[in-house]
Design a protein around this ligand. Structure first.
Ligand code: NAD
Length: 419
């Protein structure tokens, strides 16, 4: 494997879990060898003529990890820390996620090394269109289908769709998912990842004979994942005692009114200052004595250094890689269940798949249909991982990866790509 691929902690953590899961599930060394390295890593320069008249060149990436089960699928991230190794780790996780969730899709991820908050809307549009042009030969409804991630949204997807369709000469709505409903998006896509997190919380609680109505929940991050997770859990009667964003966290042991908080954060640009809640730090949120902790912002926030401060009983990974592989082992031995990212935040890619199917069919579903089908996939996937975990006496992270690897191994063997 090229050495530069394995420089990030996220990539190393994914490889570690894959190796452990491969041993438990007795996956053939050939299959594992293939899955260790992405199929294609694309790195592009994106020159943008900025509003001040100067040219600035940004670096963009798309890593297409594996397409054994179907076209590549995965988000695009705009963040100043984006790098090839991290994108490769996230692309590998996408392959595992689509496999675990029984979708006919492979795994990819991409991003641009940029702080989007420092660019005007006009600059962001130019950046996105140039990036889409560079990626043009490699993406497409039957090749590779990007979606939003950190720092990108439905507008970003609309610009990519428009650029790709203009260059093809006809409307190709299936080239991206997570786009606005008016141009081929799916109802229920915005809230899908957060809703999936909540379905996972329900299932994790069920294993302890508990109900979401009777527990306390803390959620780190109030973006596309965290906000909807909070909103959906609140709608089911869950008591969300703490949430946070990049500015810090807020805490109210009596529970936060999430409907009012969403309104407040839209108006003020942050959750900080919400009436009746005490300001705490993002670290303090992670160490609260709650039933469920859902880190829905960044990777590596729970690690070997701080893991013993965690007091939650269940951790549900809304973000990708928020708990490191080592920390996960320590939490498991402390009796804390960690529901891993490839299961817990899979709701986004499940509804992306539904969106893609609707686009290819030119036929769109009611939101209740989307939610019902999502619930069924999330519940079934949880049950599969839980059964593997009970049968093999293994934690949920290793079990989820093992279930994903078993499906991939079968497909690789059938296609003659491994034996
Ligand atoms: P987002 O950009 O919409 O939101 C991120 C949130 O994290 C924001 O509230 C931001 O203020 C907060 N944040 C940023 N820096 C922080 C810090 N230092 N401390 C605490 N909070 C901080 O991103 P998102 O789409 O919600 O993605 C969050 C995570 O979920 C990422 O790991 C992403 O890969 C993963 N994910 C997203 C989706 C999706 O559908 N959007 C699907 C699967 C996984």
């Amino acid at each position: 494997m090229a050495a530069f691929l394995s420089t990030s902690d996220l990539f190393k953590n994914v490889m570690k879990t894959m190796k452990e899961a491969g041993e438990i599930a007795n996956i053939s060394p050939n299959a594992l060898e293939r899955l260790k390295t992405p199929r294609r890593s694309i790195m592009v320069s994106i020159p943008v003529s900025m509003d001040d008249g100067n040219i600035k060149v940004f670096t963009g990436y798309r890593v297409q990890h594996n397409q054994t089960l179907g076209p590549f699928k995965g988000g695009l991230r705009y963040h100043e820390t984006v790098n090839l190794s991290e994108v490769a780790g996230l692309a590998t996780l996408m392959t595992m996620k689509t496999s675990l969730l029984q979708l006919p899709l492979g795994g990819a991820k991409g991003g641009v090394e940029v702080d989007p908050s420092k660019l005007s809307n006009h600059e962001l549009e130019k950046l996105t269109r140039s990036f889409a042009t560079e990626l043009g030969p490699f993406i497409g409804p039957d090749k590779d289908i990007p979606a939003p991630d950190v720092g990108t949204d439905s507008q970003t997807m609309a610009w990519i769709l428009d650029t790709y369709s203009s260059e093809s000469g006809y409307a190709q709505t299936g080239v991206v998912t997570g786009k606005p409903v008016e141009i081929g998006g799916s109802l229920g896509r915005d809230s899908a990842t957060g809703l999936g997190v909540v379905y996972t919380i329900e299932k994790a609680l069920e294993t302890r004979n508990e109900n979401i109505k009777d527990v306390t929940i803390a959620i780190q991050g109030f973006g596309k994942v965290g906000l909807h997770a909070a909103n959906e859990a609140f709608a089911l009667g869950g008591k969300i005692v703490s949430v946070s964003d990049v500015e810090g966290a807020i805490y109210n042991p009596e529970g936060l009114n999430i409907r009012e908080l969403i309104q407040f954060s839209h108006e003020k640009g942050s959750v900080i200052g919400f009436p009746g809640a005490k300001a705490i730090t993002n670290d303090e949120l992670l160490f609260l004595d709650v039933d469920v902790l859902a880190p829905c912002a960044l990777d590596g926030v729970i690690n070997s250094i701080n893991v013993n401060n965690v007091r939650a009983k269940i951790i549900v990974e809304g973000a990708n890689g928020p708990v490191t592989a080592n920390a996960s082992h320590i939490l498991n031995s402390n009796g804390i269940m960690v529901v891993p990212d490839i299961l817990a935040n899979g709701g986004g890619v499940v509804v992306s798949y539904f969106e893609w199917v609707q686009d290819l069919d030119w036929h769109f579903w009611e939101e209740a249909t989307v939610r019902g089908k999502l619930k069924s996939v999330m519940y079934k996937s949880f049950d599969k991982v839980w059964s593997f975990s009970k049968e093999h006496h293994k934690d949920m992270r290793t079990s989820a990866m093992a279930v994903a690897l078993l499906r991939l191994e079968k497909a690789l063997k059938l296609r003659g790509q491994a034996w």
